[in-house]
Write a protein of this length. Sequence first.
Length: 431
Amino acid sequence: MRDAEIRELPGLVGEEVRVSGWLYNARSSGKLRFLVVRDGSGYLQAVVFKPGAPESVWAEAERATQESSLRVVGKVKEEKRAPGGVELQVEALEIVQLCPEYPITPKEHGPDFLLNNRHLWLRSKRQHAVMRVRNELTFGIREFFYRRNYVQIDSPILTPAAAEGTSTLFETDYFGEKAYLSQSGQLYLEPAVAAHGKVYCFGPTFRAEKSKTRRHLTEFWMVEPEIAWMRFEGLLDLAEEFVSELVARVIERCKEDLERLERDISVLEPATRRPYPRIDYADAVEKLKGKGFDVNFGDDFGGDEETALADESGKPIMITRYPAAIKAFYMEPDPNDASRALAVDMIAPEGYGEIIGGSERIASYELLEKRIADHGLPRQAYEWYLDVRKYGGFPHSGFGMGIERVVTWLCGLSHLREAIPYPRMINRLYP
RNA sequence: UCCGCAGUAGCUCAAUGGUAGAGCAUCCGGCUGUUAACCGGAGGGUUGGGGGUUCAAGCCCCUCCUGCGGAGCCA
């Protein structure tokens, strides 16, 4: 007899094994009791047949409640009627801890209740699948960059000043000084790119905006690559390669999870194929006007506008060359039109919104100096950032991708809050 | 911050201004192949808080609280 994970059982038919896990659900019919056991690696139907089992085993099988932790011993049997194709014929059963009435029943629940019980909700099938997709995505991201010889540079969470103004930052006390939780690692990446050439950071970021939409969290994860000597066109290629490769990876390696989430893979497949449509901001404005939207050149796009643009193809689209006035101070102006920035937003299809924002960065010391002044930012706080241009300046580009937005899109979720283990939102800091 | 919707059993939801109900969960009973199993029974309620209208309020009015959706902002 050996210990086995449920995922291994199809290869252990005929063998006697011990499986340790939790009771997901139980069904019984007189002399027959089905225990659905989960152990994180899968779901197992364990069967106890009263006439064939010792009385104590039957009694324990009857006593076991939903989510009781337990160990079952028995022979693995091929069984078409069982989910997964195999089942366990229980010979011994030990309840490790009898679970009292479990709050999350096998019926529908509301979001407030589920979020209050997020620590338990994580055990349910859908949430289990989402976290596995997230895991595949984040590992894929690291592998993508590792294979291309990027160096991961972790940016600080506690920062002395805002990247783009202080209004959206969480403020905290730092030994009598004001400190802010980082809203982007990008500025700290730029000095590092001068050291390593190709770098990225990957960590949590914080926005104190009182956003109440399905597309916002106050704490979310962002991956931000930054590349020396890369120009705008190269950045567009990189973003496209990055996303298409990650989508393909998740489709290939998370088939079961996506199936459990009832995500139609054929809808995701166009995103595995390059190129993605690229549309100039000015053309996007015209296109939206043609669709009856009330937008003018110079406006930023809202969620509805983004959705309308993205829905034309099943792929993400890249909107390029936004007006400089509505973009960040550090973005390089378009050499053909200084009123525009070499900035890109990638919009996911199906209304999932912006997943990437990026740009070529200002390379000139003098221009950056002027922009900092124009935006009313405290020069002193950005001295180190200006040094990237002062001591051997160079063109460079980068983007940021929001992990939860991508997970939400890949899984076909209706809300970002399911894409992170413990969502932090306005009015929610528990559990 | 603004706009809209909602709050009834542990959970999801019903209930013309007139005796508060169902399903799931729990407990008891039945069933040898269940797939959110099924069938029968039982317990379970200060209808979010406060105030008001009325013979009578879960329902109408005021107010506060909480949640949800959206806008703005953004990934």
